[in-house]
Design a protein around this ligand. Structure first.
Ligand SMILES: [Fe+2]
Length: 471
């Protein structure tokens, strides 16, 4: 071969190298270099005799106590608990911090359900919706010597500049990692005031016959947080519990019996999709495992729902949905595609600020992108930068027994700003109508370490400026 040919080949190779480097540069954001130390096995659920699952003392004492928002505005609460062996008292006594002498009371409904060979305890749900905003309340349940007392804070009345801090937890399960995540959330100095939970609670369905005793252990495990601050529930695939082989054909039966939501207050017909206002946020909870196509009840409800959000009252528009639209892990890749095709155009039109999802057992934050131009014939089917689009945050990394997802699409897609397969939790710290700070905190063995953070500029009040990324 002549030296001229060699030179040509070298030139071509050099150009290919340059193009390769350019492609690398043009690809997505950061893939974290942190690699979590792993054992050889998947994380185990904590054993039944773990202290976190301890039954409270006393015969038939209330257990699995949990609260969630009870109306649309935020001055209501649903208080729920289980008594294991008898209905017990269905009365909630409650009072604000200034008035123990003025105790009020409210009555709970009581239900039980059966799931194959399992029969639940007596599940109590009590709606209280006459509370003052921005107030500490105490409540007592159970009777006599074995009653139990808890407290919570109602949020401030909705308003555009009301600061409020939400925790973000998803796909929690009940492993030692789940316990670390919850502990780190509880100890976070930013102090989350309510949790936005993005689905997959107990993972009881991983047990033979979907052993519903693991719903009970999960209820006792998380009580230490959710009895004192509301968790806003989203249904995940591990809540479906559809097992026709054993005659269990009612989807979401354990979940719907145990975890109530204030869906009627937002005009929804299903506890699986609903909305609430809380402080300066308007939160829309969607169900990607219920029908969502055009003309379905969820579709019709969402169409009205986006229209009625008043950003001058609640500037921060947040969507919770279990299955993410944008992530770049191999497992579950594109599972949210059909929902994305249906609803992404509305997220952009109505300038949703941030979408939180779970399902993928890892963390990822997207750039502001949209992919809504495709019309079958125009070929426009790639995500593009879009300042009216939300940031998509995938945070299904609570720590369940299915373990972390570590396989990622390579190279990192351009829509991906940061990704890391570790367990952890997030905090959304809303400062005012224009600024909110989000951070994600990995479980780094015994420590909680802030591994990603971003300043979010409100889409309604600050669009179309750029999102500020803080190193
Ligand atoms: Fe899931």
């Amino acid at each position: 071969m002549s030296s001229r040919s060699d030179l040509t080949i070298m030139r071509v190779c050099f150009i290919i190298f340059l193009l390769g480097a350019l492609v690398e540069l043009c690809d997505g954001g950061i893939t974290s270099e942190y690699v979590r130390a792993r054992g050889s096995d998947l994380p185990d659920d904590m054993p039944l005799d773990s202290d976190v699952f301890k039954v409270p003392p006393g015969p038939n004492a209330p257990q699995q106590v949990h609260i969630t928002q009870g109306n649309h505005e935020g001055n209501g609460v649903i208080i729920s608990w289980v008594t294991p062996s008898a209905p017990g008292s269905n009365t909630v006594r409650y009072w604000n911090e200034n008035g123990e002498s003025k105790k009020k009371q409210a009555e709970a409904t009581i239900n039980i359900y059966r799931f194959y060979n399992y029969t639940s305890g007596y599940i109590h749900h009590c709606v209280i919706d006459d509370l003052e905003f921005d107030m500490k309340y105490y409540y007592e349940i159970g009777c006599g010597k074995w009653h139990r007392r808890f407290w919570f804070f109602t949020p401030p009345k909705p308003g555009p500049d009301v600061p409020y801090t939400f925790g973000l937890i998803g796909d929690l399960g009940q492993t030692y990692d789940s316990n670390r995540t919850l502990s780190h959330y509880e100890m976070n100095p930013r102090k989350g005031q309510a949790v936005l939970f993005v689905g997959d609670l107990s993972y009881a369905d991983r047990y033979p016959l979907h052993d519903n005793n693991r719903w009970d252990t999960w209820g006792r495990f998380v009580e230490r947080s959710v009895a004192y601050q509301p968790w806003i529930w989203t249904a995940g695939n591990h809540e479906i519990d559809f097992v026709p082989d054993i005659g269990e054909t009612e989807p979401f039966k354990p979940y719907k019996n145990r975890y109530h939501t204030p869906y009627k207050a937002s005009g929804s017909i299903s506890p699986l999709w609903y909305s609430i206002k809380r402080a300066s946020a308007y939160i829309i909870v969607m169900s990607c495992y219920s029908s969502y196509g055009i003309y379905t009840p969820q579709y019709k409800w969402l169409a009205k729902e986006f229209e009625r959000v008043n950003r001058t009252e609640t500037p921060w528009l947040i969507v919770l949905i279990h299955c993410p639209f944008y992530h770049s892990y191999v497992h579950h890749y594109m599972e949210g595609e059909t929902v994305r095709v249906m609803y992404e155009q509305w997220f952009v039109k109505y300038k949703v600020d941030v979408v939180f999802a779970g399902h993928v057992h890892a963390y990822e934050r997207s750039e502001r992108v949209s992919n809504i131009a495709y019309n079958i014939v125009n070929g426009l089917c790639e995500p593009i930068s879009d300042e009216s689009a939300p940031v998509y945050i995938t945070i299904g990394d609570g720590g369940n027994s299915e373990g972390l997802l570590t396989d990622m699409m390579q190279p990192q897609p351009s829509y991906s700003a940061f990704r890391e397969p570790s367990f952890g939790h997030g905090l959304l710290d809303i400062k005012n109508r224009t600024h909110a700070y989000f951070n994600w905190n990995r479980n780094q063995d015994g420590y909680s370490v802030e591994a990603d953070s971003v300043w979010l500029l409100n889409r309604f009040w600050r669009a179309p400026e750029k999102t500020l990324v803080v190193a």
